[in-house]
Design a protein around this ligand. Structure first.
Ligand code: CDP
Length: 222
């Protein structure tokens, strides 16, 4: 049976860590949709275009080719940009790019194609509400903004990305605001999603909870 698991939620709520682990446990593909919006943003910045300029950003659509490798790397026009897309200059601009309908539709088309044939765990903002509303399991993963800021700050330190805790928290708040207030496919829980607040949970516990939900769904035969 084909299985589709959608994990949505605000920035740095730990979705990708959990989604990767769930995918590994179930031996299915993990798709990081945020990485696709980040790669598009990097392209726009590299062209010298201001990501706040919608018309110029959307005009890039035909020139942007994004590929997610089965091993997890992300390629932009045949270049590995897996590390660069995590840099602060991309993080601070990505929500503008993600608010443009034409860009979303182009990336959503790719995302739907990737889930057409295989079982997937896909994480993002609009997976359960818009990209794959037919998902068998929908999770809405949250954590307090303070917890999320500490997690992202520590992640950045590990990757050698220089940021302050204050600037990380400010960026998360700004991104959450833009992501949840945009007109087209905003960040919000799907009515049939299960809310998991991970503020006081370990990664293992979250993974376990999701696997339990998947198991229950399988028993009732979705
Ligand atoms: O990992 P982090 O929580 O920082 O964010 P991400 O998943 O890499 O997503 C980066 C940005 O892409 C988000 O802040 C959204 O603006 C946008 N995004 C989106 O609009 N829709 C998605 N399905 C995934 C990401």
């Amino acid at each position: 049976m084909k299985l589709i698991i959608a994990i949505d939620g605000p920035a740095a709520a730990g979705k990708s860590t959990v989604a990767k682990r769930v995918a590994k446990q179930l031996n299915i593909t993990y798709i990081d949709t945020g990485a696709m919006y980040r790669a598009f943003t990097l392209y726009v910045i590299n062209q010298g275009i201001n990501p706040e300029n919608q018309a110029e950003s959307e005009a890039c659509i035909p020139d942007v080719h994004i590929e997610l490798k089965p091993t997890g790397e992300i390629f932009l026009n045949d270049q590995d940009v897996s590390n660069e897309i995590r840099e602060p200059h991309v993080s601070s601009q990505v929500s503008y790019i993600a608010s443009y309908k034409a860009i979303r539709l182009a990336l959503v088309e790719l995302q739907r194609k990737m889930a057409e044939k295989h079982s997937v765990v896909m994480d993002g903002r609009d997976i359960g509400t818009f990209v794959l509303p037919q998902a068998n399991v929908k999770i809405y993963q949250i954590a307090s903004v303070e917890t999320r800021a500490v997690r992202r700050y520590e992640e950045n330190l590990e990757k050698g990305i220089q940021t302050s805790l204050e600037s990380v928290e400010e960026e998360l708040r700004k991104r959450d605001y833009i992501d949840s207030h945009r007109e087209f496919a905003p960040l919000k829980p799907a009515p049939d999603s299960v809310l998991i607040d991970t503020s006081f949970m370990k990664v293992d516990e979250v993974v376990h909870r999701i696997l339990e939900i998947v198991e229950k769904k399988r028993i009732v035969g979705v």
